[in-house]
Design a protein around this ligand. Structure first.
Ligand SMILES: [Zn+2]
Length: 373
């Protein structure tokens, strides 16, 4: 009897622990330029930044299948009770206040990065934002009073790295790396050495980890691309669930999902699965930020007057939880190509897009609400 019981326990444990998971060693780039000290992108550094929070409050919102904590850091008054209804029901009721509450708290912004773990530029930026809000200076010792002042008009939730598993196996940065390395570190290599590829990686959910030599930092340790974990009723990852929960619980007005791409920085046009108001406001904000990226040299070709797309992902489904506006920012991995000339950005400049975007959006939000509910 005793033997049977212990056997059952072992079986149950295996069922609950993804026993078929394949573990991967971090991808090492020979002679990679050492990262600067202020570039906090390693899991232990991200955890340390969040644990050291004293002015704000940090909280573990999820555990990854690889065993890492996902932290959210809160700035502002988050003391109000939970909504008495959800956004879906509240939005269909005659009293939206049943979801929105009666409190007069400041508008709430959710800023998150590292949904794709290899895309570490905004992770570095968000860790520096937390440091700024904690001490008045970022990890370089640089002050940014404008950013700090604007943040004071909002409640801010910062999740510096959603996909800690992907972050843990990908390099500190991909600056000046050839396309093959960038693409492999992002979406991985099959066992025959061929690249999985950006669009092709989305033919799998999860990515079959037993078929790859290296999975890249796109997915978590179970092979799921959290950005596309966006099917109502069948959300697979604790990481995506945690982001949806934050949006719903705190009635997020505006969310920015920060990624990186192989080109210059830009905000992706909103998806037409959202409301007319979100489409109009989202397009206006995206155009405004993209114009600033053009002027500042972060991307002379940043798109303006884009038409909405039809993408379904974590960003575009987030408004279903809270009715707020939700956009994706693409930062720059290291360089952009302008008329055949490669512009290699410094580590400092690679951290700039989330700061530029957030300052403009928070400033604009003082004149016109970011959400219309
Ligand atoms: Zn991405």
């Amino acid at each position: 009897m005793k033997k049977t019981l212990s056997l059952l326990c072992i079986l149950a444990l295996c069922a609950g622990c993804s026993g078929s998971r394949v573990k991967f060693e971090p991808y090492v780039i020979e002679n990679l330029e050492p990262k600067p000290e202020f570039w906090k992108v390693r899991p232990d550094e991200i955890i340390s930044v969040c644990r050291d929070v004293r002015v704000g409050r940090s909280e573990i919102i999820a555990r990854t299948p690889g065993g890492y904590p996902v932290y959210a850091v809160f700035y502002g008054d988050f003391s109000e009770p939970a909504p008495q209804t959800n956004w879906s029901a509240g939005n269909s009721s005659s009293a939206k206040s049943a979801y929105l509450g009666q409190t007069d708290h400041k508008p709430t912004i959710l800023l998150y990065a590292g949904v794709h773990g290899s895309e570490c530029e905004p992770v570095a930026a968000l860790c520096n934002m937390i440091r700024l809000l904690e001490t008045g200076r970022d990890f370089r010792g640089v002050e940014d009073p404008e950013f700090a002042e604007l943040c004071g008009h909002y409640r801010l939730i910062i999740v510096p790295c959603v996909n800690m598993d992907g972050r843990s196996i990908t390099p500190d940065h991909l600056r000046a790396q050839p396309y093959e390395v960038f693409r492999g570190c992002s979406q991985g290599w099959w066992k025959d050495g061929s690249l999985v590829g950006w669009r092709a990686s989305k033919e799998w959910f999860p990515l079959p980890l037993d078929k790859v030599k290296f999975p890249g930092g796109y997915t978590n340790a179970d092979g799921y691309n959290i950005q596309h974990d966006a099917a109502p009723g069948n959300t697979r990852t604790e990481e995506a669930k945690a982001i949806y929960r934050l949006a719903e619980r705190w009635r997020v007005d505006f969310a920015l999902n920060c990624h990186s791409c192989e080109g210059g920085a830009f905000i992706i046009r909103p998806s037409n699965i959202s409301t007319d108001w979100n489409l109009e406001r989202g397009t206006q904000l995206a155009d405004m930020v993209n114009a600033a990226f053009r002027e500042s040299g972060l991307n002379p070709r940043a798109p303006i007057t884009q038409k909405p797309n039809e993408t379904i992902n974590l960003t575009t489904t987030l408004p279903l939880c809270c009715g707020g506006l939700s956009l994706t920012l693409e930062c720059c991995h290291c360089c952009y190509n302008e008329d055949g000339h490669i512009n290699l950005l410094s580590f400092e400049r690679m951290m700039e897009p989330p700061f530029v975007a957030m300052k403009l959006i928070m400033r604009d939000g003082l004149d016109r609400p970011l959400a219309n509910r």
